[in-house]
Design a protein around this ligand. Sequence first.
Ligand code: NAD
Length: 485
Amino acid sequence: MTYPTQPKASHFVNGAYLEDADGTAIDVIYAASGERIAQLHAATPKVIEAAITAARAAQPKWAAMTGTERGRILRRAADIMRERNHELSVLETYDTGKPYQETSVVDATSGADALEYFGGMAATLTGEHIPLGEDWVYTRREPLGVCVGIGAWNYPTQIACWKGAPALACGNAMIFKPSETTPLCALKVAEILHEAGLPAGLYNVIQGMGEVGSALVSDPRVDKVSLTGSVATGRKVYAAAADGMKHVTMELGGKSPLIIFDDADIENAVSGAILGNFYSSGQVCSNGTRVFVHKKIKEAFLSRLKERLEGAVIGDPQDPDTSFGPMVSERQMEIVKGYIAKGQAEGARLVCGGAQLPRDGFYLEPTVFADVVDDMTIAREEIFGPVMAVLDFEDETDVLARANDTPFGLAAGVFTRDLARAHRVAAAFEAGTCYINTYNDAPVEAPFGGVKASGVGRENSKAAIEYYSQIKSVYVRMGDLEAPF
Ligand code: NAD
């Protein structure tokens, strides 16, 4: 079978595709079949240099344009993305293995939302006037310069846009390095931005493993780094950025709690738990993978959950009827299988799933463990796969302490009909994003990011602007100056 996935070249630099076959080969494997569907090359030092030079050269002129002009280009790119949604969704499905049923409504759509939202905001990014008697200070909101974006593999189009859109709206240039596992989608984002009229050099995509990311982060001509990835990578990138005193956004991992009280609507709570554990085959950073269910409703919850999971349509992710696809890679599947084995060895009760499916590709069954206790490995470590851990609780204060007893703090959710309790619990959660009677929504209008080891900074919303711009104060004196001598 041939796939429409081989890009014109590995990189997109200075407004055009660029190849350098001297770079280490990167094979793109289709998760649903295990076949190679494209081959690219990691950026060589020559390509890295070309991207940084192009970004630095293009950025000042871009920053000097009006916000209205910059915004118009971003909004035009959003329109093109929406028009080409089908093509982009098919590509995202090949790149990640996620079902078209998901990619066609989430990935390019959420990327386009970011371009539209920050495109609309570009013209509103102003400073303020601070009166000081007859003198005054005014502030200028200025871009940072050259921003580097480094992506994970679970939402390649979305991540490329969530980082690119606010960076460009603020007048920066961007060099984006996608995950080596999913290198295809970001190239399309670059193509579309240029089709929309983005001047050359402002949004570059270069491929590679960690070394390419690391070379970008430590280059003194780079002013800001935004990473989406694991906590382990985050620590390295944050340290390297600190060395150069660079601005950072860190969107890292999680092990988020989802608390279901005994007064919750069980059907909605099961939906929330499914959305927070099995969407994208569980490969979502904010997933609520520690599901605390009140003892009184635990068995009812588990039996309804099992019934609903049996309705998952597992199959070819390009088939619009498929609702559950493969893991992104064989490596990721093996890691998750290791956690399933650990869950069983440590005494958790397997309610359903647990096995690899006997078919090509990297398919694991949706897996639920019950009777999980707090110190089991599957309750402590991020698994990043379709594995839910269900824990019991009886008391609100006790469950909150347990929910917060983790180094992570990306998200948290609560299902209850008691409004006062819902807000009390949300206030007590140590997490960047909390959900009441829902889970995993991430619209561009709302800030997104983590506390504790889950990250630094916020993406989306007005909050993202703070992480892609800086403020300059200008003091203005109207009268004569007095000096001591
Ligand atoms: P990863 O940390 O292995 O890699 C992320 C990116 O960092 C890749 O592009 C990789 O090439 C690059 N990288 C690796 N080492 C580097 C280095 N030393 N310097 C610079 N770049 C380097 O993560 P992954 O396996 O691709 O993604 C899964 C992880 O991402 C999970 O932990 C998940 O929770 C997290 N994630 C977080 C969010 C969020 O918004 N908080 C979203 C998606 C995924």
